[in-house]
Ligand binder design. Structure first.
Ligand SMILES: CC(C)=CCC/C(C)=C/CC/C(C)=C/CC/C(C)=C/COP(=O)(O)OP(=O)(O)O
Ligand SMILES: O=P(O)(O)OC[C@@H](O)CO
Ligand SMILES: [Mg+2]
Length: 242
């Protein structure tokens, strides 16, 4: 295992530049659309492809990653809701711990289960503190993990959770509003968390316009993740041309 992906994220952060991951859900992407989709990704400012979903049937992730790797040299990083989404065909994996929740399975159980599978791969493993923040309605992550998100107004808990993740040695913090969230993570929350952290900050959930993406960057996100907006309308890529 090397650490090319993480080193690159850190060096981009050091230069004050920004990263964009396109999230592809193996449940939703049709294999015969991949070539066209990737053409649009390549014409855009996207720097990474994340692959994952909160619930995905076994085998679909691997098929999708194999197809993606035929068309792109962008880093393909697994963003798994469960261990069945692990495949050695990707380049790396966000090794998530759901630190906003108090379900031991999602704090450490799934990670223990993943070890024997990861041992058979060459994936770059990136330890990531995953923090789910309430956005007004129940999210897929909340339902699947049976955990409560942190309330938006509890800014001190959000900050302390992110900092605790960093102090535990996690390498990335991911602030998540939930797939298709009505309200993306606010600039206030992003900037408060950013000020505390030395490690890179990922922000995702409910970002649907270039303006929202830029306000996340301005508030301090190093890497923004967008999935649903592209699933709903691929012409959004036109707004994000290089
Ligand atoms: C360590 C390993 C292998 C797995 C980690 C397991 C953990 C802790 C997961 C965190 C909780 C979770 C369920 C995360 C899902 C992350 C994700 C890919 C979200 C995006 O998926 P959605 O877009 O919500 O999926 P749907 O659109 O299918 O609802
Ligand atoms: O699908 P969207 O709302 O863009 O969210 C991206 C990601 O943060 C979801 O886990
Ligand atoms: Mg989704």
């Amino acid at each position: 295992m090397n650490n090319t992906i993480y080193k690159h994220i850190n060096s981009v952060k050091a230069r004050g530049e920004k990263l964009l991951a396109v999230l592809i859900d193996p449940d939703k992407m049709k294999l015969n659309n991949i070539s066209d989709f990737i053409t649009k990704v390549h014409q855009s400012i996207a720097t990474h492809i994340f692959v994952g979903g909160s619930e995905v049937d076994e085998g679909l992730t691997e098929m999708l990653v194999i197809a993606l790797k035929k068309h792109t040299n962008l880093p393909v990083v697994l963003f798994p809701g469960d261990i069945i989404q692990i495949t050695d065909k990707a380049d790396g994996i966000l090794f998530l711990s759901l630190i906003s929740g108090r379900n031991p399975d999602y704090l450490i159980g799934k990670q223990v289960e993943a070890v024997s599978k990861l041992a058979k791969t060459d994936l770059e493993v990136i330890p990531t503190g995953y923090i789910l923040i309430e956005n007004g309605r129940e999210t897929a992550v909340e339902r699947v993990s049976k955990t409560k998100p942190i309330e938006r107004k509890n800014i001190n808990i959000i900050k302390d959770t992110a900092k605790a993740g960093e102090l535990l040695g996690l390498k990335l913090i991911y602030l998540e509003a939930g797939s298709g969230a009505t309200n993306a993570i606010s600039s206030h929350i992003i900037s408060e968390v950013k000020q505390l952290l030395r490690i890179p900050l990922i922000v995702g959930g409910g970002i649907r316009s270039k303006a929202e993406m830029e306000s996340a960057y301005d508030a301090g996100a190093d890497l923004v993740v967008i999935g649903t907006a592209f699933e709903e309308d691929e012409s959004f890529f036109n707004e994000l041309k290089k």
